[in-house]
Design a protein around this ligand. Sequence first.
Ligand SMILES: NC(=O)C1=CN([C@@H]2O[C@H](COP(=O)(O)OP(=O)(O)OC[C@H]3O[C@@H](n4cnc5c(N)ncnc54)[C@H](O)[C@@H]3O)[C@@H](O)[C@H]2O)C=CC1
Ligand SMILES: O=C(O)[C@@H]1CCC=N1
Length: 268
Amino acid sequence: MSHNLFVGCGNMGSAMVAGWLLANENPGDYTALRPSGRSVPGIRTIQRLGEIDRAPDRLILGFKPQQLRALAPDVARWVTRDTMIVSMLAGADVATLGRLFPGARAIVRVMPNLPVAVRRGVLPLYTPAHEDKALQAELQPWFSMLGFAPWCASEEEFGAIGFVAGSTPAYVARFIDAFAKAGEGRGLDPGLALTAAREAVLGSAWLGATTGEPMAELARRVTSPNGTTEAGLKVLDADLPGLVDRTLAAATRRSAEMAAEIRGEPLQ
Ligand SMILES: NC(=O)C1=CN([C@@H]2O[C@H](COP(=O)(O)OP(=O)(O)OC[C@H]3O[C@@H](n4cnc5c(N)ncnc54)[C@H](O)[C@@H]3O)[C@@H](O)[C@H]2O)C=CC1
Ligand SMILES: O=C(O)[C@@H]1CCC=N1
């Protein structure tokens, strides 16, 4: 069995651990390094790398991207030709990771989103070792336990899917809250408004995923000619596409800035 060591296991690392444990993975195959010592539910938690009891087969980088250059030398001492580096760090490209961990068996990037905790995540994958089908075959079932885990043909494609899905739980949470607040503004009990908005978003996404129909068709089936939805969509459609585009553009710009920071380049 592979030993999977998280170096840094906060919001995202513990969401992944929760998903794997939900999929009946063996807790003994997982270790989390957390300097705070706060335990990650269900698995062994250590405070220093020196406490590991066996070499990691997969070393999962789960700290903040800004810490990469400071932490890499210490982490690299545990990397052998058999160790795979799995990085979830936003903005840390494979060229930088390859320079910091030159002896690793492989470098794999993953950009998970929070619903991995309930095995409904989106987690694009990228490795420069495209031709290494054995590597991909080894990792695919492991990552697929957490949700939709497509291999990307290029790091650009990986970045783009990451921007669509990685932060989306935060965007959707805002969207649901906005509907709930609008309901409250119309006199609804806050709890009732939130549950109604959340279930409506969940049910709509579920329906779309079940039927596989285009989203435009799903919307058409809701929209009676000259009805209430049509009146609402006229307002939403005027702003939403531009708003989403500007949202992703801001995240993309920040990712490029973080990548430059990680490489040690001066900010533009
Ligand atoms: N939160 C999210 O939805 C997503 C996060 N990510 C990436 O995941 C990474 C972690 O993000 P979060 O979990 O949100 O942050 P977080 O702040 O919740 O977790 C970071 C973890 O790093 C640990 N840490 C701090 N100093 C350390 C050290 N010296 N050695 C080892 N571990 C140390 C902290 O104790 C903490 O557990 C980031 O690189 C981020 O880009 C990627 C996709 C989505
Ligand atoms: O905000 C961040 O930097 C991370 C990367 C994608 C989602 N959260």
